[in-house]
Ligand binder design. Structure first.
Ligand code: GLN
Length: 510
């Protein structure tokens, strides 16, 4: 048998259920891996060895007693630090929440616990999920396991790096504008943003409430689908939750693995196609090779026109900061975490502003200022109101496209993992990372990123976007693409110390 940490979540679940491995053995293997390599990768803000092993022991006792605890019982998981976990520190990588221990669980945390998955710890991220590189964490930078001089993507860089470096077989991310898919693309892992509202936001630290969506991070589509089904489904505690059956993503991933896409129509967006000269050539090349593979599997490629996608980035950067400025008003030094200037010398208002001055990092402040401006009385119609109108046009573009095609494909992000510091100087350069992922968030549909090849030795992702509640089709296409690859990019993690490149995938990917 391969090393425990090399096995997929689906394999580990079967090993545990059928008695070949105990959950304690599996969980210990990942905890040991964290101890060995996280000093370099720095994916975790907090590791809960004791809690993880306690859950694992419970699973082992239940398995020994002949109970079946469900599809992922005993398989450990890492959770992005924006998801509230009872009794475990939750900071959203912000100084303003440092030391906060939530008294309750998010719905998805409850579901992970009910599925008896040991929680290894909380992963690093850009502060309040604002960023594309994890460089905006208030605590430390996470490195890309493929090249320690490069970013692991963001905002969920910790979750993606944990899976890529085999410190966890699965992780939870959240995606507001691309924070599951872009880190997936640049670390060679699989990431899915489910349909908005099909996964509860209850207990997620809010960034932009009309966009935030939790979802799975994994090494392949099937593992992602298994986790997707564990966390999804209606929740009365989330007012925007969709009360409908969860799309059959596990079945779709299994069907896709057969490698037959005949009869399926995949859209390529005209307005994206004409912009690819501005993306990195190596990324476009790997994407085009992926499209060829999909054609070989029987898919028909159809060009669709989505003219409003051109405005997706500015639309997002009005709506998301507006909602953030309102959501982040609650951090006032009174109710949560940090409190500055409480020395009897300052007024309540001064305490609030000193707390916010000390507790928020530069990107968060930038968003609050931008959002407050866009919502202010004289400008709300010109900025926030206009952005909402354009959002509707983007949604209509998707709806029209899905009358012609089953799913839409694109590169996940225009560039490979960039070097530290390369884009922090110019916010717009950082925002460009989500050029291709943001339309899906504004629409509310599902999108996944699946590894498609390498450029300059670094992973490239292909994005599959589906219609609202059509998550299954995105998994089917992703799993089909994986079936064309001898060695999954994410299945052969580079050894951190040697910084090994993968040659097998390189050859096959071409
Ligand atoms: N990079 C985008 C931003 O900074 C998306 C973040 C996210 O999806 N959480 O807003």
């Amino acid at each position: 048998m391969s090393r425990i940490i090399d096995r997929t979540a689906a394999e580990l679940a079967a090993d545990i259920r059928e008695g070949r491995l105990t959950s304690v053995e599996v969980t210990t293997a990942f905890l040991d891996r964290i101890a060995a390599v996280d000093g370099t990768v720095k994916a975790f803000l907090h590791v809960d060895r004791e809690g993880a092993l306690a859950t694992a022991a419970e699973v082992d006792a239940a398995v020994a007693a002949g109970q079946d605890l469900g599809p992922l019982a005993g398989v450990p998981i890492a959770v992005k630090d924006v998801v509230v976990t009872k009794g475990l520190p939750t900071t959203a990588a912000s100084k303003i929440l440092e030391g906060w221990i939530p008294p309750y669980d998010a719905t998805i945390t409850e579901r992970i616990k009910a599925a008896k998955m040991p929680i290894l710890g909380k992963t690093n991220m850009d502060e309040f999920a604002m960023g594309s590189s994890t460089e905006y964490s208030a605590f430390f930078k996470t490195v890309n396991p493929w090249d320690t001089g490069r970013i692991p993507g963001g905002s969920g860089g910790g979750s993606a790096a944990a899976v890529a470096a085999k410190m966890a077989p699965l992780a939870i991310g959240t995606d507001t504008g691309g924070s599951i898919r872009q880190p997936g693309a640049v670390t060679g892992t699989f990431g899915a943003k489910p349909t908005y509202g099909s996964n509860s936001r209850y207990g997620l630290i809010a960034f932009s409430s009309s966009l935030d969506t939790p979802g799975p991070v994994s090494r392949n589509a099937l593992d992602g689908a298994l986790l997707h089904e564990v966390i999804s489904g209606y929740d009365p505690r989330d007012s925007t939750a969709i009360d409908a059956p969860v799309p059959p993503v596990v079945e779709a991933a299994k069907t896709g693995a057969n490698g037959d896409l005949s009869g399926l129509k995949l859209g390529v967006v005209k307005e994206f196609e004409s912009s690819y000269d501005k993306a990195e050539p190596g990324v476009v090349e790997a994407y085009r090779a992926g499209v060829e593979q999909l054609v070989k599997l029987g898919a028909e490629i159809v060009e669709v026109s989505c003219p409003s996608f051109t405005y997706a980035l500015p639309t997002y950067y009005l709506i998301a900061p507006s909602e953030a400025s309102s959501n982040l008003a609650r951090y006032d030094g009174v109710r949560y975490g940090l409190r500055a200037g409480d020395d009897g010398q300052h007024s309540l208002e001064e305490v609030m502003s000193l707390t916010r001055e000390a507790g928020f990092g530069p990107e968060v402040k930038r968003r609050i200022i931008l959002g407050t401006y866009a919502l202010s009385a004289g400008y709300v119609d010109a900025f926030y109101g206009k952005a909402q109108l354009v959002r509707t046009l983007i949604k209509q573009d998707f709806e029209k496209a899905f009358e012609q095609v089953d799913a839409i494909i694109s590169p996940t992000t225009p560039f490979i993992a960039f070097k530290f510091g390369e884009r922090t100087g110019d916010p717009y350069q950082m925002y460009l990372a989500d050029l291709y992922t943001i339309p899906t968030n504004l629409y509310g549909g599902p999108g996944v990123s699946v590894p498609v090849g390498l450029s300059e030795g670094m992973p490239v992702g292909l994005q599959v976007m589906g219609p609202v509640m059509g998550d299954d089709i995105t998994y089917r296409v992703a799993a089909a693409l994986e079936s064309t690859q001898d060695t999954l990019l994410a299945d052969t993690a580079p050894e951190i110390s040697a910084n090994l490149r993968l040659t097998a995938f390189d050859e096959k990917g071409k």
